[in-house]
Ligand binder design. Structure first.
Ligand SMILES: Nc1ncnc2c1ncn2[C@@H]1O[C@H](COP(=O)(O)OP(=O)(O)OP(=O)(O)O)[C@@H](O)[C@H]1O
Ligand SMILES: [Mg+2]
Length: 208
């Protein structure tokens, strides 16, 4: 597949289970290396970077919301959300930003609980706040609304869309919930190992 995503675009990646959506996201996020092909971010061919460069690139530019929330269970919800900010060096606004995001995902009353004392859906929402706290220029989200009820999903979609606009962040979101996202800039459908533009039957193939 071959495609370009512009800064500030809000993009959905859809396709059936096992079609390779998470694999694609993990490669864009520099968590997996492709065996073939190249991935450019800001003009840099990321497939040539060494491990040190990859780590700093990932921490500076990318925010992740994984399919499974991966919170550290010994820490509180707030501490989990603050983690990505502490890796990059703390500043005075970190805690306020973390609290604001936790409020936006509806967790204001869970902030000081330990991460193993909250529900699966709450953990997922905490992971969304954690993925956004660094204000990364590219947010990669794998099924961010997967286990959430529709009201919460809609809140989260609104939060992500408003952040994308306000901070000109790029969002690349894998989802099975196409309808929850409403209007987006682009949809990429993966089908039978190929990428297509759009979510209609007359999709244009995104490969050379
Ligand atoms: N670590 C791995 N090693 C080898 N094969 C893998 C690995 N992870 C996934 N696969 C395979 O790669 C293919 C794509 O998997 P991937 O997880 O990217 O699918 P997906 O589109 O995200 O599916 P889902 O919607 O179920 O999350 C599948 O056939 C899967 O079995
Ligand atoms: Mg997946």
């Amino acid at each position: 597949m071959s495609f370009t995503i512009n800064q500030g675009e809000f993009v959905l990646v859809v396709g059936s289970s096992g079609s390779g959506k998470s694999t694609l996201l993990n490669m864009i996020g520099l968590l997996d290396r492709p065996t073939n092909g190249k991935i450019f971010i800001d003009g840099i061919d990321t497939t040539t970077l060494d491990d040190n460069k990859i780590s700093s690139f990932r921490n500076k530019k990318l925010g992740f919301i994984f399919q499974f929330s991966n919170l550290l269970t010994d820490l509180s919800v707030l501490e989990n959300v603050l983690l990505p900010r502490q890796i990059g060096g703390t500043d005075g606004t970190a805690e306020k930003d973390a609290r604001d995001l936790l409020k936006a995902v509806g967790l204001e009353d869970q902030i000081n609980k330990r991460a193993n004392k909250i529900s699966g859906g709450q953990a997922q929402r905490a992971a969304i706040a954690r993925g956004l706290v660094n204000k990364p220029s590219i947010v990669l989200a794998d099924e961010p609304t997967g286990n959430l009820d529709s009201v919460t999903s809609e809140k989260i979609v609104e939060l992500m869309k408003s952040m994308a606009k306000k901070l000109n962040q790029t969002f690349i979101i894998v989802t099975h919930d196409r309808q929850h996202f409403g209007d987006v800039d682009r949809v990429i459908t993966i089908k039978d190992g190929r990428a297509f533009e759009g979510d209609q039957p007359s999709m244009e193939v995104l490969a050379k």
